[in-house]
Design a protein. Sequence first.
Length: 350
Amino acid sequence: MQVGLVGAAGCGKTTLFELLSNTTGAYLSPDKANTATVDVPDERIDRLSALYRPQKTTYAKISFTDINRLTAGERENNNKALQHLKLMDALALVINGFLPERSLEVLKREFEFCILELIFSDLEQVERKLERLGKSNKITQIAGIPEREVFQKLKGALESHSGLHNVALSLAVWKELSSFSFLTRKPLFCVLNCGEEENALLPEVLFEFKQWLAEREVDLVCLHAKLEKDLQELSPDDRAAFAGEYNFPLNGREEFVRQAYRTAGLISFFTVGEDEVRAWTVRKACPCREAAAAIHNDLMNNFVRAEVISYQNLIECGSEQEASRRGLLRTEKKEYPVQDGDILHILAQK
């Protein structure tokens, strides 16, 4: 799971990166990006590990990539920075919510500026491709559609300032276009970076901004990056004492990760035993046989069936034996859509 951070100057994006990755001293330039990989915090793994007492506990991994700030009038540098996001599973657009008296219009303008930079980055790719096609006499197709026609359609959408996620093309066409890694095709959510006050924004501004984003099918996470990062550097006892002084939750890191998974359409399933308790990341409703490949390709190729129990049922029962006695441990075929929190035992031919 890889998440890219995007934002205008002064939004606190790099502070957020340091909070998420538990690092300090990040330095950025248009040609450089900072990337860090950390364990996905998941209390379910903690409880499963306490139940099975395995030799090894392995959390799912999440990577964060922080690029240089986007600056108005610096299209070339912005494009260089955005190139680092081509392989991301999701993008987090960070908005400054900690300066006083930020109006709804200011928040909207900052969001739209960043979106436009993503659009211009994609448009540059499309125009370069059309230029190459114009120099060639060869007629090529993408999934049965003339290539020039496909890219003209993409160009039209981008020039109208609409992201490519709104372009109606078949899955077969998008599959053949996957090497372009268009940024406006990537799942995106918004992060409002607040200050040490409960919220520097007026409640009605926050409400209206959230509604405005919802109309664009964009989810919003509110967090306090600098405050949470400062608390992160304290001892657990001091952290708890200081956190108690605030009247709002300081769980932005966890909320960010949960939203990243939702936005990217990913879930976690678990394998358990005395040797290892482990979390695996797959797409939502992934067929069981395909999920087995996350563990090992041989399990997918030789898949017979899977024994499945939900995390909640196992915890309530206290053991697999008790879950089986209650009829909660079931057998599923290869088509079964894996659910978040499922515990799988994959049975395969030897």
